[in-house]
Design a binder for this molecule. Structure first.
Ligand code: ACO
Length: 317
């Protein structure tokens, strides 16, 4: 038994921060960011929590799916920017939408939504749940060093969601982890225990951009080929690729390596930047809303990022 997508939704906060605005804060330019990354602007949450944004995306996904919150059996949220360690984002969404089901968060950086989707599929396969709300939501703006031009220009805030149910639309999947804190490091609460000496770790997001870039290009190609093979389809059968929106050059490299034309890759990085775990579900929801997804279309989803981690799956729409 597998899952199929019933509906999708997304939400981004209204405050847009353009490259020109950022170039007033750090030594950068619209030209550099557009050429090297492909971002024109990103959204930053001024006063909405990660759970607030997740709730809005969730409500949109429920409307799209045509089901009530009371019909949900499980809520899983991929996030690394939970507002609090407890309660979870998923728990706050459960309360805000009036659901009664269990809810929990999953931490796998930019691959978080994909890991959450796989978790949903596993619960449905086990037979004890039917409808699952899967969300990717992030407010990375609160973890960034806004004086560091190598990271603050890249990320944005937002949330994307999908309601999945029993069905035969999840053809194959893969997840990958390569434990490392050297390439990408995102800090947590430091704490104040008197029983140990705190080591000097970065207080903000740290990223070795070039190593992450190489990891990303290699993983997308490998993961998409693997899931296509597992699903028994050739790459030319794929109608749409919805990949993590981290850098337009990563997407272009992936297109070349996979020999899948760029027209099949959904791209919205220019508007939102890298929204970490929210990136794939926001892109999927925008693609869905555009009306370009047809019943029976084959969609490859793939993500990569901190962990290091990556994941991909093949969906039949
Ligand atoms: N504006 C202007 N110049 C800059 C900026 C900036 N914002 N940032 C860096 N530079 C400079 C550097 O200082 C360097 O200057 P130098 O040559 O004088 O030393 C030069 O530009 C080149 O720097 P690189 O770091 O080599 O730039 P690169 O082309 O690699 O682009 C980037 C950096 C955008 C970070 C890229 O490496 C990238 O996209 N990496 C992948 C990121 C990613 O995929 N992240 C996903 C995971 S995130 C997660 O999981 C939460």
């Amino acid at each position: 038994m597998s899952i199929k997508v019933l509906g999708t939704g997304f939400y981004v906060p209204p405050r847009a921060v353009t490259n020109d605005e950022l170039s007033q804060m750090v030594d950068t330019s619209d030209e550099w960011i557009m050429q090297r990354v492909g971002i024109r602007e990103r959204r930053v949450s001024v006063d909405e929590t990660t759970a607030d944004m997740a709730t809005k995306a969730a409500k949109n996904a429920l409307v799209s799916a045509g089901i009530e919150a009371s019909e949900l059996d499980l809520i899983v949220v991929g996030t690394i920017s939970s507002d609090t360690a407890c309660p979870t984002v998923a728990g706050m969404v459960q309360r805000a939408i009036g659901a009664k089901c269990p809810a929990f968060d999953i931490s796998s950086a930019c691959s978080g939504f994909m890991f959450a989707l796989e978790t949903a599929a596993a619960y449905v396969a086990r037979g004890n749940v039917k409808n699952v709300l899967v969300i990717g939501a992030e407010r990375l703006s609160k973890l960034l060093d806004w004086k560091d031009r190598s990271t603050c220009i890249i990320f944005g805030d937002g949330a994307g969601a999908a309601v999945v149910t029993k069905g035969e639309g999840y053809l194959a999947s893969t997840m990958y982890t390569q434990g490392s804190d050297e390439v990408l490091f995102i800090p947590d609460v430091v704490g104040s225990s008197p029983f140990y000496e705190r080591t000097e770790k970065p207080r903000f997001v740290y990223m070795d951009g070039q190593e992450t870039f190489k990891f990303a290009v290699g993983r997308i190609a490998r993961d998409v080929k693997e899931v296509a093979q597992k699903a028994g389809i050739t790459l030319d059968r794929i109608n749409h690729v919805v990949t993590h929106q981290a850098n337009i050059r990563i997407i272009e490299f992936a297109s070349k390596k996979l020999k899948i034309p760029m027209e099949k890759f959904f791209v919205n990085i220019e508007k939102y930047g890298n929204t970490s775990a929210a990136s794939v579900p926001i892109a999927l929801a925008e693609l869905h809303a555009s009306g370009k997804l047809k019943r029976g279309d084959i969609v490859a989803l793939c993500a990569f990022g901190g962990g290091l981690s990556s994941a991909a799956c093949i969906i039949k729409w």
